[in-house]
Design a protein around this ligand. Sequence first.
Ligand code: SF4
Length: 354
Amino acid sequence: MKSVTVPFFISHQGCPHTCLFCDQHTISGSRGDLLPSAETLLRTIELWRSTAGSRPLEVAFFGGTFTALPRNKQLALLEPLQSLLKNGTITSVRLSTRPDYISREQVQWLAGLGVATIELGVQSMDNGVLAASGRGHSAADSLSAITCIKGEGVKVGAQLMPGLPEDTDISSRASLDQVVAAGADFLRIYPTVVLRGTELAERYRLGHYRPLSLERGIALCAGLLHRAMVSGTPVIRIGLQADGGLSDETILAGCWHPALGHLVRSRLYDDLMTRVIADGDAVTIYCHPSRHSDIIGLKKAHVEKLSGRGVVVKIRTDVHLSPDEIMVAGTGGTGTYSVINDLNYDEERGACRA
Ligand code: SF4
């Protein structure tokens, strides 16, 4: 049964850096100036428990650099959870931090207090990109943090930010390959957006930084998602959450859309249909029920695209297909195709080739 995450945003708390792109208050929609008290933690968890039904609860501390907080502050956040972990009210704790604030001793200590998952803001595995973005850590820091966390039996997630200064499609793909090879259990992909008031916004204004457009970002992320799927590594989120402080007011430029994850995932199915369905054919496309909206596309975009190619299309669901498959019955026969096995994005800039 999928767990329910009780999120606490400790925006920028503990963070000793100012990355060029960062405004954690805007990203999380929370001021997060103060760490939540024990009372706030317990009251919030109780509220979520009352609506979660029988689903297990996981507590998550997002947005700050948890392991850069003084140890007594980390303990103040984790200590109130211990009795809830013991009596099963919550099953685990998740937190996010920077790769250069991880040590074996720190991870052992956290694991002993119920931390089961650590998410690392890797962003890129290219040292030039990291330096140009003011990250203040290296790719080697990320590699050693992933190895260290895994070595202590804690799950590790890697956050990647394609489109940072100096980043290219090639370095984005290489970054993903490297964190997967290092053993990341899951990924988040956050294409870079330019937030007002950040150093990146100033560079953009001066013409010193060219952000990803939405269309380029979708194409790039579709290729990254495909790589992750081929490797068997789940991508649990694509694009920043649409709620909170993100809006046209706060976002100046970059690859952002409230349904970015859907646009990226459904691009794979669009590319596959483009590849396997001939112009002017009359086809019935069968898909797993969970993929129906990906086949149709946002606002029926994929169906309209097929119609524009003269294709007469019917869409049906079939629980016997796996989520990555479609079956196409057309005038030339019937075939089953997979977005994992029948697409290849290794060509330049996210382009799909058969
Ligand atoms: S390390 Fe994280 S919280 Fe700190 S400035 Fe960079 S992105 Fe923001």
